[in-house]
Structures are given as structure tokens and as C-alpha cells.
Design a protein. Structure first.
Length: 205
């Protein structure tokens, strides 16, 4: 299960990550169930360029062109399509060494990643930036991701920098981490902030 986060304040309605391609109707339905019109969305923050985090952004921008896309400078290159997706590069390399019986899965996964449509990034944020979303929040650079510290509630929106497993914060799918050392450093950084709440994008079974 994936968990996009919606930050609502007087001047902004910000969606943090947007799920897979064709998720727009699901997002709009969920917002409507909370009494929020999707037309009130002002920004979408993409924590990183994996397909489950940015897959629906092209569709969102197409239907709601006023929305601003926010990301880190590093991630903006992949979100905009200026550089090839690191996840696709990883998948293509793994495909070369996959056993024959698994290769169709690898081929299909690569095709899925290639179908993610890029969009331009409107706003670049960096570590330590203060934003007035949801009563105030601070950008946390967790290399390979952006996380957000929500000051009013002492909470962290982790993206995929962490996931809760057996009651503990751990690295999400470490076997697929693009850089395991960076992922470990990001997790330590998040844990060291001693937040009261952690909102993780991915929910472990």
C-alpha cells in the first residue's frame, strides 16, 4: 500500500507524492471524501522520481495546469526527463543478468518505467529550506529523497527514506536501494530528529 500525504493550510494545498500513472481519479476521490476539491491543489512535492511517487504527475498537470511541481535540484533532472531515470538504468542492468525464467518480468518492469511521463519542475527546494505549508515545515535532504519536518506537530513525512516494519523505522526495500550507504545515512538522520510521528509512503505487509 502507498500513502501520499496532503498538507492543507490557508494559502496552500500540497500533495506529497502522487502514486502511479492513472492514479489521478483515486487521488481526487480520496480528497473529495475529506471535503477537499482537487481544484484547490496548489503544489505537488515529488520526493523522488520512482514511478509510484511521480507516476500520476503528468496527468495531474494536464488536468490542473496551475499546480506547481516541487522537488530537489538533483531529482528535478529525472522528473523533467533531462536525465534518464536511475531506477530504469538499474532495471536495465539487472535485466542483463536475470535468469531466463524471470526475464519477461524484467522486460515488463522496464517498459512500465519508460511509460512514466516527465514534467517540468517549477520550484526547487534544498535541505533546510523553511516552507509555510501546514503550519510550517522544513525540508530535510535525505539523499535520493526529500523528506519534510512538520514543525507544528513534530512529525516527519519520510517519503521512501524510511518504512515501519515490526514497529521500527527501517530502510524501504534495501535490496533495491540505488545507494545503500546513502539510504542508511538518511535513515539515521530521520531517526535522530526524534519526531513524534513518522508518515511513511510505503506500508510494509
Amino acid at each position: 500500500m502507498i500513502n501520499p500525504v496532503l498538507l492543507v493550510s490557508k494559502n496552500d494545498v500540497v500533495l506529497v507524492d502522487c502514486g502511479y500513472p492513472n492514479f489521478l481519479s483515486l487521488l481526487e476521490d480520496e480528497m473529495r471524501s475529506k471535503g477537499i476539491d482537487a481544484d484547490s491543489l496548489t503544489k505537488v512535492l515529488i520526493t523522488h522520481h520512482d514511478d509510484d511517487h511521480m507516476g500520476a504527475i503528468y496527468e495531474i498537470k494536464e488536468r490542473h495546469p496551475h499546480i506547481k511541481v516541487v522537488s530537489s535540484e538533483i531529482e528535478s533532472k529525472y522528473i523533467s526527463g533531462k536525465d534518464k531515470s536511475l531506477r530504469l538504468l538499474q532495471a536495465e542492468e539487472l535485466l542483463k543478468i536475470m535468469p531466463k525464467e524471470q526475464q519477461q518480468f524484467g522486460i515488463d518492469f522496464c517498459e512500465t518505467l519508460r511509460k512514466v511521463k516527465p514534467v517540468n519542475v517549477d520550484i526547487i527546494v534544498k535541505d533546510g529550506d523553511s516552507l509555510d505549508w501546514a503550519g510550517g515545515c522544513q525540508v530535510i535532504s535525505t539523499p535520493g529523497h526529500i523528506s519534510l519536518f512538520l514543525t507544528e506537530t513534530n512529525s516527519i513525512v519520510t517519503g521512501d527514506a524510511a518504512v515501519v516494519e515490526n514497529g521500527e523505522l527501517v530502510i524501504a526495500n534495501p535490496q533495491f536501494a540505488l545507494d545503500l550507504n546513502m539510504a542508511q545515512d538518511s535513515l539515521k538522520k530521520i531517526i535522530s530528529m526524534n519526531a513524534d510521528n513518522y508518515y511513511c509512503f510505503t506500508e510494509e505487509d
